[in-house]
Design a binder for this molecule. Sequence first.
Ligand code: ADP
Ligand code: ZN
Length: 610
Amino acid sequence: MHTDINSSQKHREALVLLKRFYGYDRFYPTQWEVIEHVLAGNDAVVLMPTGGGKSLCYQIPAMMCDGCAIVVSPLLALMNDQVSALQANGIPAAAVNSQQSEQLNREIIRHVFDGKIKLLYISPEKLLAEMNSWNTALKISLIAIDEAHCISQWGHDFRPEYTQLGSLRERFPGCPIIALTATADRLTRNDIKEQLHLDDARMFINSFDRPNIALNVVCNTSGREKMKILERFLEKHKGESGIIYCLSRKGTEKLAATLRQMGYNAEPFHAGMPTKQKLAVQESFVNDDITIICATIAFGMGIDKSNVRWVVHNNMPKNIEGYYQEIGRAGRDGMPADTLMFYSYADVVQLNQFVQESGQKMLNIDKLERMKQYAESHVCRRRILLNYFNEPYDHDCGNCDVCKNPPRRIDGTVPAQMILSALVRTNENIGHTMAIDIVRGANKNELRDNGYDKMPTFGVGHNLSFATWNGYILQMLQLGLIDVAYNENKHLKVTPMGWEVLRGTRKVELTEVEIHTKAEKKPEKKPQVPTKEDVDKSLFEKLRQTRMAIAKAQNLKPYMVFSDKSLMAMAQEKPTTKDEFSAIYGVGELKCEQFWRPFTATIRKYLNMS
Ligand code: ADP
Ligand code: ZN
């Protein structure tokens, strides 16, 4: 009974802080459970997807307890961003790391001892070096270990300097330790607990669903057709920040150049660029000065930008983990975000080759296979993703292309037979392009030279487009009717199952291919977040400009002034007084005081004009 009263009082206290410092009205799922658990002095391992709200799980307890919270963080850029964001909300935070002067570090540590800092961000190696000189005069409220998967060799991001953090549990008895990560897999999560010696920690696992991220895959397009689809997508997202992932460094440069010619504000980003240039590009993107980044996977690790509105994969990624992490960089603020993945036969061939040459071949083949299944799926894509991460998800999401536009199935026996026949009659000595050229009756010397134009199959499928045939071949490959001989110039071979189809003893069902490239139908079920259509777009634009001006003047990143979600709320609710402004999502006390004038002025001006 006593603890109940105590707990509800703490809950109220936490909600007051949430409103006052962050401008939020309620906790996200699991946040309060974690906070309560930590406030009671317990250890916790917290698994939440990106954007799930991990930071508040330790920031709120840090503010509610005496002393200073230590936050271990591996990436300098993220550390500085977090500190700036906290300071912008009026929370006393600071960072100690090897990139700033030793003098500054010492000064900060002194402030910590003086009780002036509530949250100290520190790199693991600095913490290990510093903590030996810390005595009982320093009251540590809790230790948070961010990106905790870095401690695991199983994770995708192992950092040797993290392994020594295992000593913290013993070194700081009685001080709660909270480990946080967005890496979900079971192996890693158990390893985190073990490596950090958090034997009694409770594990908090949130859903990894990101319902605000729309999933779209376009199969079998190339060249001009692909570019057209990309153009349509970019047109739809004009002015919004986004990332396009490409396979190669060259690819990023080429695409960025093309987009610039089309009038887009795009820059390439890849590991081969000089560090200084990379930092500059990253910085400009975060500050909304560059809208589009064409990047290899090297981009995105160290940035925390909450208003990335879309992500495109120009080629299929090699596994679902990578894909989910990359699309996860969109929509951290919970507002609608869009994604598009292109998937082609050429991608499969190229990735297969990478995989054949890779270290853990069997594992990687398996992962690539799962990725392909996702791309070719005829069931809700979100179901596949979440089930892949061992999270049961048993309904259609309404926010993927399959849900919005269910594919149609056709009896594909005859078209399949056409291809199979072309393969057999050429002694299985051709690749997929030649096979398509034959059935479409292409006017090419290469065909005539080989006498292929005399074959009975020549031109029997002229009524279907190249892309359609390309899609059918891909499906035949998936269905196991044909196989690619990688060691024979990627020629296509007919499998025993393929022979059954050819002989007419087996039927084939294929999916109508071009359906995904047609205009999107209206979603039947709307995701549970406000859409951009609900708000006044031109007011939103004006508010964005106001935000940009403030960000420049205060040397803050725009999303740290206010998130897109806050701007949306302003555009929707149109506050014109300080009081009204203070009730807006994400407006805490300090930001209200500092920013109510410019934003309400923008709104008032807009209302008078319209
Ligand atoms: P993560 O570290 O898990 O990726 P963050 O802690 O950065 O997530 O939070 C993601 C976004 O959600 C941030 O913009 C944050 O301010 C916001 N947020 C967190 N908790 C809440 C809440 N209870 N209500 C509203 N917004 C929240
Ligand atoms: Zn779906």
